[in-house]
Design a protein around this ligand. Structure first.
Ligand SMILES: *Cc1c(COP(=O)(O)O)cnc(C)c1O
Length: 401
């Protein structure tokens, strides 16, 4: 089922005060009521278009949440001040002491640390599994399991989760499928393949300018209103609210997301094919050699490609470090964590974003120390960037003669 998120976002229209083409930014933490009775009602249930206090909801975040819902084909969405708070609030809204989660073991390092070190403090147990092995997922489900958690394209090894098959399993057991879609906005719409809840770090592709941290949760109206419930809602009571000014700037950037994603994907495909031809080990879902290339081709939306992230293995850590420094000197991009920026960013996941994962576990999941993750930028002349990359590799003797 192909979905057209860009058109859905374009169909939204929200005017500012005085007919501004962008919605006005709400510069207020609290909102007045004409009648005391209305305030009482709002504490009891949501009233469309009526605001109480900005930690609960504010108009700027509402506009952004509408755009995220259009992107993810969800009934509703909640905006948070970071991707990790979106994950934490989702988990704590669903799980109680004694509950279990089955999680992919190849996930973002911060999520892994949250699951491994923090959730046990709340009596929540996470079983880490190879998410590609559906029988292992099935076998680990018990009466205490509340959800299966995965990333649509996993960080940092670019495995693609089989969302249609995973959702068959979760539906059979009446548990939730929670998907972090940070790596593939527009390219994959997890809800169309059976996901119940979709999470984003808006910090990455969706904002695209690496100037702020933010997150989102998309799901049913019912789940999203649970999150902002004044008595029990994790977003309301743990308080990760995004400031209105940031929300407004992210909303403007979303309107160019489709153009950026196409360019990120086109460039990543070009670099991946080029490096593979030179004999480099490349992991990118758009390559025929990628184990889930046909799965991704089946589930992706048309037009947006296989997203902008790839990983290469240059053999060892020292060589990987030298290559990144050399590439930065040539201004191919920046040696930095994070992704989805307009310029190329590269880092060693083993020592940075996945350093929370122990060495033994890294080996088990196939994360070698020589792996560089590249978030390919929207360079207009990707051929020139590729030539520079080749020069860096030649200078370091990485390419076979
Ligand atoms: C960055 C990232 C997160 C965390 O998001 P923040 O906005 O940094 O809190 C979660 N999941 C994935 C896949 C990420 O890349």
């Amino acid at each position: 089922m192909s979905y057209d998120p860009a058109t859905k976002i374009q169909e939204l229209s929200a005017f500012g005060e005085f007919g501004g083409v962008n919605p006005s930014i709400t510069d207020s933490s609290t909102y007045t009521f004409l009648k005391s009775e209305t305030m009482k009602e709002l504490f009891e249930s949501e009233i469309e278009g009526c605001f109480l206090y900005s930690r609960h909801w504010n108009p700027s975040n509402k506009y952004l949440s509408d755009a995220i819902s259009a992107l993810e084909n969800s009934e509703a969405s909640q905006i948070t001040s970071s991707g990790i708070s979106a994950i934490a609030c989702t988990i704590l809204q669903i799980c109680e002491q004694g509950d279990e989660i089955i999680s992919s073991r190849t996930i973002y390092g911060g999520t892994y640390a949250l699951f491994k070190n923090v959730l046990p403090k709340f009596g929540i147990t996470v079983k880490f599994v190879d998410i590609l092995d559906l029988s292992v997922v099935n076998k680990n489900i018990t009466s205490k399991t509340k959800m299966v958690y995965c990333e649509s394209i996993s960080n940092p090894l670019l495995d693609v989760s089989d969302l249609p098959e995973l959702s068959k399993i979760t539906k059979k057991h009446a548990i939730k499928l929670v998907v972090d879609n940070t790596f593939s906005p527009m390219a994959i719409t997890p809800i169309n393949h059976g996901a119940d809840i979709v999470i984003h770090s808006l910090t990455k592709f969706i904002n695209g300018t690496s100037d702020c941290v933010a997150g989102s949760i998309s799901s049913t109206k019912d789940f999203i209103s649970q999150l902002s419930d004044v008595n029990n809602g994790m977003c309301m009571l743990l308080g990760p609210v995004l400031d209105s000014f940031r929300s407004a700037s992210i909303l403007k950037n979303i309107h160019t997301l489709h153009i950026r994603m196409k360019q990120h994907s086109m460039n990543a495909q070009f670099i991946s094919e080029g490096l593979e031809k030179l004999g480099i080990k490349v992991m990118y879902p758009g390559l025929k050699s990628h184990p889930q290339n046909s799965l991704m081709s089946d589930i992706m939306n048309e037009k947006y490609g296989y997203s902008g992230i790839l990983a290469i293995d240059v053999g060892n850590e020292r060589l990987a470090e030298s290559l990144m420094e050399n590439m930065q000197q040539k201004n191919i991009g920046f040696l930095a964590v994070s992704l989805g920026y307009f310029k190329t960013l590269f880092s060693l996941p083993g020592n940075s974003t996945s350093s929370e994962i122990s060495d033994e576990e890294q080996i088990e999941m196939g994360l070698s120390k020589g792996i560089i993750r590249l978030s390919v930028g929207i360079d207009d002349n990707i051929e020139a960037s590729f030539e520079k990359m080749k020069d860096s590799m030649n200078e370091l003797g990485i390419l076979k003669k």
